[in-house]
Design a protein around this ligand. Structure first.
Ligand code: ADP
Ligand code: MG
Length: 454
């Protein structure tokens, strides 16, 4: 399985040693709009024809395969109508004032546990340094250090409670009126050689202690070989009945090196387990969908309350289709070639390391065939303010101007008619040196951080 070997040697997550300033008003806006993004994703996920139409020109084989799974499940009829989302809506704050969404992640949104720890870590350091007379790092900080105490971040507790609610709902709906003969468990699907296992283990231990939930951690290939579906649709693995299948893998084509991994994905998708996310949620998180929803009247189609749709829309930066033949494609390409610094280009990929900017973007726009270009979108560049920070990685610290990306966890448990859980009180803050274009802690570019509000 590769899981045991991956535990050694452990490599600490890169972190900042001081928090990043964020305007209180903007931070509160990010938390307030979170449930609306949860509602939007859920509403879109219910409309599979809309998803098919939005992604019809995408030729990227990975997205096409995900679509084919949705179509296959549609033919058989979905067994489990409860959908569970641990989405993370990521923002950068344009010039320190304007909340602008970078993307929304609907699969494998990581760091819920470690970001909770970052608040305590920063508060601890501030208290240590606040009392040091000649602490080296503190020389580089502004005055008023103690006022920077980090906000307690409820991300971990809320995610754990979401699992509690999902397992409860599964049992109440599937087993009613009898209890299951098997022990019910959550299955966390992870990558072989998983590098972010501490974040995952923390979640596991918190689930065990708070809700007495048993959690199994396995790779897709293990699920393919060992999981079975019973006649009523129950997913069974190693004698446990899987109430929730939670993906911390499966978001990149690299996670599907053989048909075995795809078989596992299909098996889970066709089962009675609650999927976090189900295939429709996964597809709603694609970059192309983000661009399509930003078109006129699209968000409004799903969020019919105008206050809600305009609150969501106010977070959109300019997003542009590069689909062959779509309105305005030639004009936006011309603009991007004239002002490359004002745009970035993104493929249908997750996990960092895929962004095209500056010369790379220009080269791609000039040389890509129109068909290949349809797998990308163009986006207006967001320009966050840089603030000096202390970055700590591999036992070394560097002091440098940094820009931050704020992610808000949008936690959802809903069926076709009811929202059972929809809250967004926890966050993740990541910072990177101002000069670095792409992000991602796992991709080696960003550092876990925490906000302090002003
Ligand atoms: P991924 O799925 O790879 O995380 P993102 O859309 O989050 O894709 O882009 C990766 C990184 O690129 C972000 O973390 C951010 O640092 C940078 N980025 C993305 N979109 C923009 C933008 N519009 N303006 C400036 N930087 C961006
Ligand atoms: Mg991202």
């Amino acid at each position: 399985m590769g899981l045991h070997n991956s535990l050694l040697p452990l490599k600490p997550t890169p972190v900042t040693l001081v928090g990043h300033p964020i305007k209180k008003r903007v931070f509160e806006q990010a938390l307030e709009v979170g449930p609306l993004f949860g509602r939007l994703v859920h509403a879109v996920s219910q409309d599979h024809d809309y998803i098919r139409a939005a992604l019809k020109n995408v030729s990227d084989p990975f997205t096409v395969r995900l679509l084919s799974i949705m179509n296959e499940v549609d033919k058989e009829g979905e067994k489990q109508h409860l959908a569970m989302g641990i989405h993370r809506s990521d923002y950068m704050i344009h010039r320190g004032e304007k909340l602008q969404q970078v993307e929304i992640n609907t699969i494998s949104s990581a760091f819920g546990a470690l970001s909770h720890q970052m608040s305590s870590f920063h508060t601890h350091l501030i208290h240590q340094w606040g009392h040091l007379k000649d602490g080296k790092a503190s020389e580089h900080l502004n005055h008023g250090l103690l006022s920077r105490a980090a906000l307690p971040n409820p991300s971990l507790a809320q995610i754990v409670d979401l699992f509690g609610s999902a397992v409860y709902q599964y049992c109440a709906r599937v087993h009613k009126p009898q209890r299951s003969k098997k022990t019910v468990a959550v299955l966390m699907i992870v990558q072989p050689g998983e590098r972010n296992s501490i974040d995952q283990r923390w979640l596991q231990y918190a689930m065990e202690s708070k809700h007495q939930i048993r959690l199994l951690r396995h790779c897709l290939s293990y699920v393919d070989t060992n999981a079975t579906i019973e006649s009523n649709g129950t997913l069974v693995l190693d004698g446990f009945e899987i109430a929730v299948a939670y993906y911390r893998a499966g978001y990149t084509p690299n996670d599907y090196p053989t048909e075995s991994q795809w078989n596992a994905r299909i098996k889970v998708e066709k089962s009675l387990a609650i999927k976090c996310p189900n295939i429709a949620y996964h597809l709603v998180g694609t970059k192309k969908m983000q661009q399509v929803l930003a078109l006129p009247n699209q968000v409004e189609r799903f969020l019919t309350n105008p206050d809600e749709s305009s609150a969501v829309r106010s977070c959109f930066a300019g997003l542009f289709s590069l689909d062959e033949g779509d309105k305005g494609v030639d004009e936006v390409i011309k603009k991007a070639l004239e002002h490359p610094h004002a745009y970035v280009m993104k493929p249908q990929r997750e996990g960092g390391g895929n962004l095209l900017a500056n010369e790379e973007m220009v080269e791609a726009l000039k040389t890509m065939s129109p068909k290949r270009r349809s797998d990308y979108i163009l986006m207006e560049r967001i320009e966050p303010e840089a603030h000096r920070s202390i970055l700590f990685r591999d036992s070394q610290y560097t002091i440098t101007p940094c820009i931050a990306e704020l992610g808000v966890y949008c936690l959802m448990l809903a069926d076709q008619t009811d929202e059972i859980v929809n809250n967004s009180d926890g966050w993740l803050l990541r910072s990177k040196p101002e000069s670095v274009e792409d992000g991602g802690v796992a991709a080696g570019r960003a550092f876990l951080d925490s906000p302090y509000l002003y």
